[in-house]
Design a protein around this ligand. Sequence first.
Ligand code: NAP
Length: 347
Amino acid sequence: MNAASHVEKVIIIGSGPAGWTAAIYAARANLSPVVFAGRPKQVPSTLLPGGQLMLTTEVENYPGFPHGVDGPKLMWAFEAQALRFGTRVVTDKGVVTPDASQQFNGREAAYQDCVKVDLSARPFRVFGEDGKALLAHTVIISTGATANWLGLPNEQRLARSGGGVSACAVCDGALPVFRNKEVAVVGGGDSAIEEATYLTKFASKVYIVHRRDQLRASKIMQQRALTNPKIEMKWNKTVEDVLGESMITGLRLRDTVSGQVSDLPVGGLFCAIGHTPATQFLAGQLELDAKGYIKLRDPYRSTTSVDGVFAAGDCVDSVYRQAITAAGMGCKAAIDAERWLGEHGVH
Ligand code: NAP
């Protein structure tokens, strides 16, 4: 069998908690998985290597780390564990097993993004940035979802440097830096209300900054926020700028009705303006819902609309979006893929 016609047992697309967990399970099942981990720092990138935790400073809710762990460190540990069992990765130099002892940034060859798939015929074809297709009996998609940001330069700078700007209150809200501070949540959907309510446990006051005078959130969630004495609504306001040098000190707001600009002093900003699943490259190949999340055939499994294609993590999950839930789904996808291969006589 020559290299061009070699068919991989399983190709995993995405390298967050779901992708690397799928790789750990698949590698330990001797499936010799190949991972498209994504190219670091490429903007726009289909895949963020390591996923959303690479943008997090401290993770305090991942079990097993009683004193917390850096998001990137956690993901390097996932990756090293997958590589230790022989997981291969698509790089600019081809499909290789990187040295697990070398940290990501120190490696010689850059990881590739997956840019296209053809799931219409078997074996499936999965294309890297170099245009070359790898063939696969099964594919696990774990490309995640990105939190939407306002897109302001100071917001991005402070989010990257741990300056009190976050897109996940459940992940970051309990950090000491936000305790007894006045903080703001931007958005008007269920996430914004849920995050604001959660933050009232730690913050002295929570402002919800919303661009309209009506919430999109469900009535019961609205009621919860509007009757909470620690929550104050800032209606009809857009965020013009995020203030502060190394740490956020406030927001510059513009009133959408009067046009008036005002500053709101806060010690934290949480963006809750929705997520975008990284599934654009799957359009026409796999059934997606109206928001682009991959539809599962059975909510308790990882099976999708195409037999032999499995999905896990935030690209199928708009509700929980946690590293631990994504990792659990990655495990299920690898077990589903292994069973599929067994049932189809691929050893
Ligand atoms: P969402 O429902 O799409 O709401 C996004 C909110 O952000 C909207 O209020 C929107 O304003 C605002 N927004 C969007 N872009 C903005 C921008 N550039 N600047 C300022 N504001 C902006 O997203 P979500 O709240 O994350 O919810 C996603 C899904 O998960 C929904 O189906 C939701 O019901 C569900 N969910 C459920 C629960 C629960 O039941 N416990 C919890 C969380 C999420 P407009 O209203 O003006 O468009």
